[in-house]
Write a protein that binds this ligand. Structure first.
Ligand code: HEM
Length: 426
């Protein structure tokens, strides 16, 4: 997909402008207030930050852009680093995320390989495995009366589950989850960002070796599905794209679900009546998880590039301009949700865009929801009176793309281990 910068660049004197540093501490601390302001007063506005981008905050224009992939392209063109096609991250990342940064028809080739293994049915089928991993993590600390809920539960469970689905050694989870965690919360250009990029490079090399091994000797796992798949021409898919797809499943599978469940546990700590309600009625958990996704906004932004001049939400966007879609803000749009700031665990309907929409809608959404339900359910069953140490809990220094916690120490009434062991494979 190509876009050429339009000569008729939108009129810079009349377009609404805002100041928004989505990687900054101010945005991290006031994102609800900032998002609410943008939704009401400038649902489509331009900011000069990060080389200039439109910021789309209204629910209707966000959905419109997500569903029109030919005009709002996800493509990142590494052959032309100074060109406009800069993919879905802002600032762009140094490598191509497949399939997220491809447009159809090439996107479809990779996406269809993921649809089956991550389908609603397959995700439900994995529930016992997810419950076993969760129980084994809980067994490590329920007798202690204290734990870090992020480092000891919400980080390892999604990482181990994702590695299991891919067919990677489960004991390696920290080697993958560590760099991804660091990369998502490090502001671009910071020393930890550089450190994380190096570690991610090493991680991709390990993944590459595994893909090559599975191509030669396939097993019953997702890496083998990817490694042995052929394109429309009957040829094996290019190794770099296959490795990138596996890498994105690791990245997508790890930090996002961690962020969702960490925020949910924090919110339930602060809202004891709602916690009691969920303990009394666990059947409410699936709809509660959707409402946690909407209100707590684990993934806040994804970007696109306009491939032609287009009008969106009454603003004229020129070909080649960057467009940042604010899922967090769209999910707080009062035109789409009744009293959007209110957490209603039984909200229905709840057409949030926390997983995006259109062809790139999160392929891991079903798995993420099963993981979140199981983790919250098991915590509420085994350490129902947990109290978060608010002073010691540490949020990510930057939201950027993901709104997460680095750590969340908590205390609770001790309870016996149940004798759960870590599975050796999924
Ligand atoms: C709470 C958990 C999660 C959230 C909030 C989330 C959010 C998202 C969003 C918003 C997108 C759309 C990106 C775009 O439009 O550019 C996406 C795509 C994606 N997610 Fe997730 N995600 C979650 C969990 C997962 C899991 C568990 C996996 C895999 C195991 C995963 C893998 C992916 C992949 C591969 C894509 C790219 C899909 C495509 O381009 O077709 N995600 N995710």
């Amino acid at each position: 997909m190509e876009a050429h910068r339009s000569d008729a660049v939108s009129d810079q004197t009349t377009r609404p402008t805002i100041e928004l540093d989505h990687h900054g501490a101010d945005y991290r601390d006031r994102w609800q207030e900032i998002s609410d302001g943008n939704v009401v007063s400038c649902p489509v506005a331009h900011t000069a930050a990060y080389g200039g981008t439109w910021v789309v905050s209204g629910y209707v224009p966000v959905v419109e852009a997500l569903r029109d992939h030919s005009v709002f392209s996800s493509f990142q063109d590494h052959t032309d680093p100074s060109g406009p096609m800069r993919g879905t991250s802002n600032p762009p990342i140094a490598y191509l995320n497949v399939p997220q940064e491809l447009d159809p028809p090439l996107h479809t080739v990779y996406r269809r390989l993921l649809n089956g293994p991550l389908s609603p049915e397959q995700s439900r089928r994995r529930e016992p495995f997810i419950r076993q991993v969760t129980a084994a993590c809980l067994d490590r600390f329920t007798e202690q009366g204290q734990a870090d809920l992020v480092t000891e539960l919400t980080n390892p469970v999604p990482a181990i589950v994702t590695l299991g689905i891919l067919g990677m050694p489960l004991a390696d989870w920290e080697r993958y989850a560590g760099p991804i965690h660091l990369l998502t919360y490090s502001p671009p250009g910071s020393p930890t960002w550089t450190e994380a990029m190096t570690a991610v490079g090493e991680m991709m090399a390990m993944l590459g070796a595994l893909v090559v091994a599975r191509r030669a000797e396939p097993a019953d796992d997702l890496v083998s599905v990817l490694a042995t798949a052929t394109g429309d021409d009957g040829e094996l898919l290019p190794l770099d794209h296959v490795i990138s797809t596996a890498g994105l499943v690791v990245a997508g599978g790890v930090d996002t679900t961690t962020a969702l469940v960490s925020h949910a546990l924090h919110w339930l700590h602060r809202n004891p009546a709602e916690r009691a309600r969920l303990i009394a009625d666990p059947a409410l958990l699936p709809s509660a998880v959707d409402e946690f996704l909407r209100v707590l906004a684990p993934v806040q932004f994804m970007s696109r590039t306009a491939t032609r001049d287009v009008e969106l939400g009454g603003q004229r966007i020129a070909a080649g301009e960057r467009v940042m879609l604010a899922f967090a803000a769209a999910n707080r749009d009062p035109a789409a949700f009744d009293r959007p700031a209110e957490m209603r665990l039984d909200r229905s309907p709840n057409r949030h865009v926390a997983f995006g929409s259109g062809v790139h809608r999160c392929v891991g959404a079903h798995l993420a929801k099963v993981e979140a339900v199981v983790m919250v359910e098991e915590i509420l069953r085994r350490i129902p009176d947990y109290v978060v140490d608010e002073h010691a809990a540490r949020r990510y220094p930057s939201i950027g793309a993901i709104n997460g916690y680095i750590g969340m120490p908590a205390t609770f009434t001790r309870s016996p281990a149940v004798g759960a062991t870590f599975p050796v494979s999924a």
